[in-house]
Design a protein around this ligand. Structure first.
Ligand code: HEM
Length: 245
């Protein structure tokens, strides 16, 4: 295998890891340090800390905000199916990371549903992409970054499906590579049988991971720092605070 393969397998993963971790920590530090002196929950708002927590969790788990204020049910369904499928695909991939001898039982148990998610995820992805192209008003507010991230995720999914159903890399060697990387041991590529499809998939995954901290995908963390969701009304004290501000 050539220099490029060696770079993708033995060098880039560490660069990816550092960029991802430092990028995520940086983004969280910026949110953390932003002053938000006045409680600004959106009407009707949450009245206690407990209800603020329930509000954030219901947004995270059920995407409640997509259904409110003239919510679009198809957008809600597309976004929800996409996120659940993405999570299930990641869970299925844990078989490359966990278990020196055999994968843990619960990882083995999610393999089937992980494949189902892999087959389904392209549908909501194409919907999320097409609505930006077809609807004039959404196209108007879309930036190149909005298209880029969707196309990048789509290319990761399609290259994965191609690897699974057409090129069929030797997954035992894939696991060996991942576990060697985790143990900080370089892989001698002449001893493993990795094919180009796997290398392309692995490369695209790493591009995605490096891009995440600097992209809108970070809304996953940002939602926990969103003042309109995390703040709660403090009754009269709150009204007074607003009047004084
Ligand atoms: C370290 C990260 C990753 C590695 C080493 C990896 C490796 C692989 C390999 C070897 C396959 C082929 C499986 C087979 O032949 O049975 C595959 C399939 C696939 N990968 Fe990845 N992948 C990674 C991350 C991701 C991510 C982040 C996604 C996100 C969407 C993804 C999506 C897919 C899909 C949709 C398939 C096809 C279905 C399946 O076998 O699960 N992969 N991946």
């Amino acid at each position: 295998m050539g220099v490029m393969a060696n770079f993708v397998v033995n060098v880039l993963p560490y660069i990816t890891f550092i960029v991802f971790v430092v990028g995520v920590i940086y983004r969280i530090a910026v949110w953390w340090s932003r002053p938000s002196p006045i409680p600004i929950p959106v009407f009707p708002g949450q009245r206690t800390v407990g209800s603020a927590i329930v509000r954030v969790l219901s947004d995270v788990i059920f995407f409640r905000s997509l259904l409110q204020f003239r919510g679009n049910r198809i957008l809600w369904l597309g976004a929800w199916v996409f996120h659940i499928s993405f999570g299930l695909i990641l869970l299925r991939h844990l078989r490359y990371f966990l278990g020196a001898e055999a994968v843990p039982g619960w990882v083995a148990a999610v393999q089937g549903i992980g494949i189902a998610a892999a087959l389904v995820i392209s549908i909501p992805l194409l919907y999320l992409l097409l609505r930006r192209i077809v609807h004039a008003d959404i196209k108007w507010i879309s930036t190149p970054a909005d298209y880029f991230v969707l196309l990048l995720i789509l290319s990761v999914v399609l290259s994965g499906l191609y690897a699974k159903y057409v090129a069929r890399p030797f997954v035992v060697d894939v696991k060996y590579v991942i576990r060697s990387l985790m143990a900080l041991k370089p892989v001698d590529l002449s001893t493993v049988t990795l094919n180009t499809a796997f290398l392309v998939h692995f490369f695209l995954v790493q591009v995605l991971a490096m891009y995440i901290p600097f992209s809108k995908v970070m809304h996953l963390g940002g939602i926990f720092f969103s003042p309109t969701r995390t703040h709660h009304f403090g009754g009269e004290a709150h009204t007074k605070q607003l009047e004084e501000a």
